[in-house]
Ligand binder design. Structure first.
Ligand code: HEM
Length: 414
């Protein structure tokens, strides 16, 4: 449940989830400084909860787990609401449906397909750059963090010279519990995570303001312009809704894919036979992408709040109870994926996984994520002869979105 446990997911988080799935799959965690939290660890329970948004809502409690002091800090800024940002995970129907619909057509497979060549050109350039760095690189820092950022900035229509700004903002946004990512002045306060979150949002809002003004004055074809010029009942949407969409796309579209890519590389290092298989058989690439997302599960949780008394798998819960949807646990559930659920195996069709979530909040950008990862694997993997660890991998301390932040490797080209 705590961000610290994800620093060592193999020895802490995954064994704990396995124990919970077997012994107490809807156990209630009572930790000082936190609300009691129902830990949803089985695939079927998670699916069942996500598909009933009228009972398991995203609000009024925080859809992202934080300590009580941090939540109180956010409420002090907003006059009582936990909604610090007008973004879809902080909405329920009907508002959620209306806002999500505004940019849904852009995310449809038929539209996403249009970007194939653009993303491939970028992937090729990035792979060339990777091999020009020499044999020893930090795959996560030198490559995994950059390629998804460049893709999302290109699709968004953000100028390349803003890359350091966007990089800093997205790292702060998802690293709010990692002391190495936090702003120094707020590290020591009990509500540090809440303060870091608010500061990251304020910086994003400030950054995007001029882009909204510009795109409204001179509309273009890019996603930024589509968001800025979205209308409800003929009226332009408020700037806070634009900011919410920008922040969702730039953050959700960056670290999720980065973490998947970095985790995939570590998986290939540890399973060289799997790398050989996919390198020699392009038909396996799509399945490889799905297995990487299942195995890495870069989104660690979202929260739901019961809007009435309810029974789940034979256990009674009360209105107001808070449920933590543990996507990585659902993705290793033996009752869904069999006794080998902890293995990385691209040859087994696993069926539906929980990596993108389910129901009305299911990842809006999943077709982009799939395209980006598939093209990268197609461009990178055939060019890798060997890849091995050249140091100790390091994970971000987060229970929200993240994965490897450092992956020193020795890479020889084919
Ligand atoms: C491998 C990469 C990715 C993974 C594993 C992932 C996973 C997820 C998950 C688990 C959720 C929450 C679902 C729920 O509450 O049920 C989510 C929501 C979301 N994702 Fe992704 N995501 C990825 C990439 C992306 C990309 C590339 C974008 C945008 C370009 C994106 C945009 C969003 C948005 C906007 C939401 C909020 C949806 C809503 O609340 O209605 N994601 N994602």
């Amino acid at each position: 449940m705590l961000p610290e446990s994800y620093k060592d997911e193999r020895n802490i988080t995954y064994p704990a989830f396995k124990w919970l799935r077997e012994n107490n799959p809807l156990g209630v965690a009572e930790l000082p400084g936190f609300d009691p939290i129902v830990l949803v660890t089985r695939f079927d329970d998670l699916l069942n909860i996500e598909r009933q948004p009228e009972i398991f809502a995203n609000l009024p409690a925080n859809p992202i787990l934080n300590d009580q002091a941090s939540d109180a800090f956010i409420r002090s800024l907003t006059g009582g609401s936990i909604r610090s940002i007008d973004v879809t995970p902080f909405m329920d129907p009907p508002e959620h449906t209306t806002i999500r619909r505004l940019i849904n057509p852009w995310f449809r497979p038929s539209n996403v397909k249009r970007f194939e060549e653009q993303v491939r050109a970028l992937a090729r350039r990035e792979v060339d750059r990777l091999f020009s760095l020499g044999e020893e690189v930090d795959f996560a820092r030198d490559f995994g963090l950059l390629y998804p950022l460049r893709v999302i900035m290109t699709l968004f229509g953000l100028p390349p010279e803003d890359e350091p700004t966007i990089m800093k903002l997205t790292q702060e946004f998802f690293g709010t519990n990692d002391p190495e990512e936090q702003r120094e002045e707020i590290q020591m306060t009990p509500d540090a995570a809440g303060r870091a979150w608010a500061a990251a949002i304020a910086s994003f809002n400030e950054y995007f303001h001029q882009h909204t003004v510009d795109r409204r004055a001179r509309p273009t074809e890019d996603l930024l312009s589509i968001v800025a010029n979205s209308r409800i009942d003929g009226e332009l949407i408020g700037e806070s809704y634009c900011n919410g969409q920008y922040i969702a796309i730039s953050t959700a579209g960056h670290d999720t894919t980065s973490a998947t890519l970095n985790g995939a590389m570590l998986a290939f290092i540890e399973h060289p036979a799997q790398l050989a298989l996919v390198r020699n058989d392009p038909e396996l690439v799509e399945q490889t992408v799905e297995e990487c997302i299942r195995y890495v599960s870069p989104v660690k949780h979202f929260m739901r709040c019961a809007s009435r008394d309810v029974e789940v798998s034979g256990r009674q819960f009360r209105a107001g109870d808070r449920f933590m949807l543990n996507f990585p646990s659902a993705n290793r559930d033996e009752s869904k994926f069999g006794p080998n659920s902890h293995d990385f195996d691209i040859t087994v069709p696993r069926g539906k996984h929980a990596g993108f979530g389910f129901g009305p909040h299911q990842c809006q950008g999943m077709m982009i994520a799939r395209l980006e990862l598939r093209i990268l694997f197609e461009e990178l993997l055939p060019r890798v002869r060997t890849i091995e660890l050249a140091g100790t991998p390091k994970y971000t301390q987060t229970n929200f979105v993240g994965g490897l932040k450092s992956l020193p490797v020795r890479l020889t080209p084919a």
